[in-house]
Design a protein around this ligand. Structure first.
Ligand code: AMO
Length: 429
């Protein structure tokens, strides 16, 4: 007999073979209700064999043969009357560390993460990763459709890309190497190498020395880079169109999962583009909130997002024209605004989810800028060399997958939207 999945059952079959885990057991005098969970859903089974009922424990893996019967009173309108139930994966525990089948998990996030293989059995937790999977699908489909090529670049590299000290070192035979903070240099190189437009879905590593609700030490970066642009406005257009596509895709592909998390995704209109210095001024004048030089702090991002929501009815806002001293050496200066660059961040519901901008594409200008940043162009070896051979004007951006997932689902901590988080305190499971 071929296995049926729960959501495939129509209720007219003579008998079906189901496989899954026992989600709930409810015992009565002469029979029991057993909820079965497989990867597609949950279904109520009716079991009359009291000996078998007695032997059951939640989360055992079982195989069931039974007859579907329509019953308006149960969710989904169908229940299965069990003819035969076999335990195919025994459960060896006295007490589960937290609840899988109740509305409230009643435990800490750390406890859940310690037992990720159990917490993911909760339909609400599983839903987060269905949404995440569909973000990746939407990203890949959208950019392939727009003529971008998917690339895979090395994560063991010879030098840092983003500046700063947030870089992990690894022993690479008799040398020191680093874990890539981003695919920045390689994505730019590939634009120049003739790919013109590329994207990458890959891990990025940051040796951030702080544990916060929005930082990971390993995250998935959704990177885009494209050549022959006019300026950073082209890039913000691409980012906006992708978000529009993404929300449409999720609304249809994740109907069930969004409902579990009580989320309705809005239609995305034009996302406001506001220079950083304007945002800082508004924060100071309207909210009496000072900002650090050349950036907003976490609280500033939250307060400014509220302002944008009220004024423009938008959950998103582009902050533009970041000062050169706060951006990496590859960022294109803005000739109309002294000391500023053609770069931007995208803030979504109070959190930066994207950084992007136009890059310096002229070989001589890049070398000069590296010197201005106090470094030696020769230390950038292949990266700088690749600009000698007709590099077109180009730029791109990168979105953090876990941050995007967290904000779409209104989660409180980035670890909730990370399958197996890596942070200062955690490298297991
Ligand atoms: P940036 O360093 O701003 O830019 O990173 C881009 C996006 O990646 C996500 N992100 C993180 N997510 C979780 N934990 C972290 N520690 C973390 N660090 C970054 C954020 C952020 O907006 N090369 C540039 C991008 C570009 O210009 O193309 C870069 O990496 O969502």
């Amino acid at each position: 007999m071929k296995r049926s999945f729960i959501t495939e059952i129509k209720g007219e079959e003579e008998a079906v073979l189901l496989k899954g885990w026992i989600f709930k057991v409810k015992k009565f005098k002469t029979f029991g209700f057993v909820s079965l969970r497989d990867k597609t859903g949950i279904l109520q089974l009716v079991l009359e064999d009291l000996d078998v009922l007695e032997s059951l424990k939640t989360e055992m893996a079982v195989e069931v043969i039974g007859t579907p019967v329509k019953n308006e009173k149960v969710e989904g309108g169908i229940e299965i009357h069990i003819k035969d139930l076999t335990i195919i994966g025994n459960a060896y525990y006295d007490l589960l560390p937290f609840s899988i089948n109740q509305k409230n998990v009643n435990t800490s996030l750390e406890m859940e993460l310690d037992h990720r293989y159990i917490s993911l059995r909760r339909p609400d937790r599983r839903a987060i990763f269905k949404v995440q999977e569909e973000i990746v699908t939407a990203f890949r489909d959208y950019f392939k459709d727009q003529g971008f090529s998917e690339i895979h670049t090395p994560k063991i590299i010879a030098s840092g890309t983003e500046g700063g000290s947030e870089v992990f070192t690894v022993n690479y035979f008799d040398r020191r190497a680093f874990l890539a903070q981003s695919p920045q240099f390689y994505k730019q190189m590939m634009v120049g190498a003739g790919f013109e437009s590329v994207f990458e879905i890959g891990h990025a590593y940051r040796a951030e020395l702080h544990n916060t609700w929005r930082h990971l030490n390993e995250y998935v970066s959704l990177d885009v880079e494209t050549g022959f642009i006019k300026d950073e406005e082209d890039l913000m257009n691409i980012q906006q169109q992708f978000i529009q596509h993404l929300f449409q895709h999720l609304t249809s592909a994740c109907e069930k999962e969004l409902k579990i998390h009580n989320i309705t995704l809005p239609e995305i209109k034009d996302i406001p583009r506001i220079p950083l210095f304007e945002a800082q001024k508004i924060l100071l004048e309207v909210y009496d909130k000072k900002s650090p030089v050349g950036n907003l702090d976490a609280e500033g991002e939250i307060v400014f997002s509220k302002y944008v929501k009220e004024k423009y009815d938008s959950d998103f806002v582009f902050l533009t024209k970041y000062p050169a001293i706060k951006r990496p050496m590859y960022t294109m200066p803005d000739e109309d605004y002294e000391g500023m660059t053609k770069s931007f961040d995208l803030i979504y519901k109070g959190l930066e989810i994207t950084t992007g901008g136009q890059r310096i594409h002229d070989y001589e200008m890049l070398k000069e800028n590296i010197i201005k940043f106090g470094s030696n162009p020769e230390d950038f070896g292949f990266y700088v060399e690749s600009f000698k051979y007709g590099m077109p004007p180009h730029g791109g951006f990168a979105m953090g997958l876990e941050r995007l997932t967290m904000k779409i689902l209104d989660l409180q901590n980035i670890r909730e939207s990370t399958l197996l988080p890596r942070d200062m305190g955690r490298i297991t499971p």
